[in-house]
Write a protein that binds this ligand. Structure first.
Ligand code: IPD
Ligand code: CA
Ligand code: CA
Length: 324
């Protein structure tokens, strides 16, 4: 396999080396060790210096978890009332509810109060897009179409990002009371139980998940062709409707791989960290490797073992579709 080794170059995957932040193209061959206190590192950009000592990570994770639970509960409790569903201008059937905005406002207020120096970026209200600076990246409801239809498959997703990489992530599904959490170099957890990705190494017997953007009718990056290909191969492919849950379930070993096109940083930031911290791999299937969190045109995340098989297949589909 030809995975990027940038994570290792920054000091290794956990252990007693300095805490390194997870990249979108990184993996954990070994579960991280919790025995030794990681030494603090200071980000190189002095304007965005963030001391990532153990206590900083603890504080960020506690805040992300707290805000995700509070916002998730708020949103969950509103189900059954008038959600004020509206159609966004961008895309087709791209919904937003009053509760998306209320959830976002609550999260922003909570995080601002606890961490006034950290920037904020969220799906509905926007914010700081320079993710080299320490920034909270928030999806106040991931899975709004499900939420608006009373389907209990949605989540609140909150990540702290520094130097363009997630350092802390929390994804909460209030319907199942499942809180997925991760901190860089310190593992991924579901309600406190440590997670590992699956060990399936056979694509033919894999359990896959994908999603579609709101302009799916235009077949961006041949996303319909990819779906048809895997379904035609007889491989189970699910479409949950919440990218953050797709990634969280992958981290939990429920799925073996997930791919999707045209995602935003709020869809991906927390879930990507969950996957890498559970020993999986997050990258792209663009011909040109793209480790960016912001531009995630063609995201592929997996348990690592079927990554190359999936990537090859997805690249071939794109080539074939180009020739048609
Ligand atoms: C959407 C969900 C969905 C994915 C879409 C996202 P939203 O987010 O994550 O699973 O397929 O691409 O936009 O709009 O519910 O926050
Ligand atoms: Ca989303
Ligand atoms: Ca959303």
């Amino acid at each position: 396999m030809t995975f990027s080794k940038r994570y290792h170059d920054r000091g290794g995957c956990g252990g007693n080396r300095p805490v390194a932040v997870a990249s979108l193209e990184s993996c954990h061959p070994q579960p991280p060790s919790f025995a030794a206190e990681p030494a603090p590192i200071i980000m190189t950009d002095s304007t965005s210096a963030l001391l990532l000592s153990t206590s900083d990570l603890d504080a960020l994770l506690a805040s992300a978890t707290y805000a995700a639970r509070e916002a998730g509960t708020l949103v969950h409790n509103a189900q059954g009332s008038d959600l004020g569903v509206e159609y966004k201008e961008q895309g087709k059937n791209n919904l937003v509810t009053v509760m998306d905005r209320e959830s976002e406002n609550l999260i922003q207020a909570m995080l601002r109060e606890r961490h006034p120096d950290i920037q904020f970026l969220a799906e509905e209200g926007g914010g700081n897009t320079d993710l080299s600076r320490p920034t909270w990246v928030v999806d106040p409801i991931d899975g709004t179409v499900n939420y608006a239809h009373g389907i209990p498959l949605y989540s609140v997703s909150i990540a702290a990002v520094a130097e363009g990489r997630p350092v802390v992530g929390a994804v909460f599904n209030p319907n199942t009371n499942e809180m997925f959490t991760a901190a860089a170099g310190r593992g991924a957890f579901l309600n406190g139980r440590q997670l590992r990705v699956s060990d399936n190494n056979d694509l033919d017997h894999a359990m896959l998940v994908t999603g579609f953007p709101y302009n799916v009718g235009e077949n961006p990056f041949h996303c319909i062709d990819a779906f048809v290909e895997f379904v035609t191969m007889g491989i189970p492919v699910r479409r949950l409707g919440s990218a953050a849950l797709d990634l969280a379930y992958l981290a939990a070993g429920r799925f073996d791989a997930y791919w999707e096109v045209s995602l935003g940083p709020w869809d991906v930031a927390a879930g990507a960290l969950l996957v890498t911290e559970a020993g999986g791999f997050v990258g792209t299937y663009s011909p040109v490797p793209n480790p960016s969190l912001i531009v995630t045109d063609r995201l592929l995340a997996s348990n690592g073992r079927i990554h190359e098989a999936m990537r090859e297949r997805l690249l071939k589909i794109a080539e074939g579709a180009d020739r048609r």
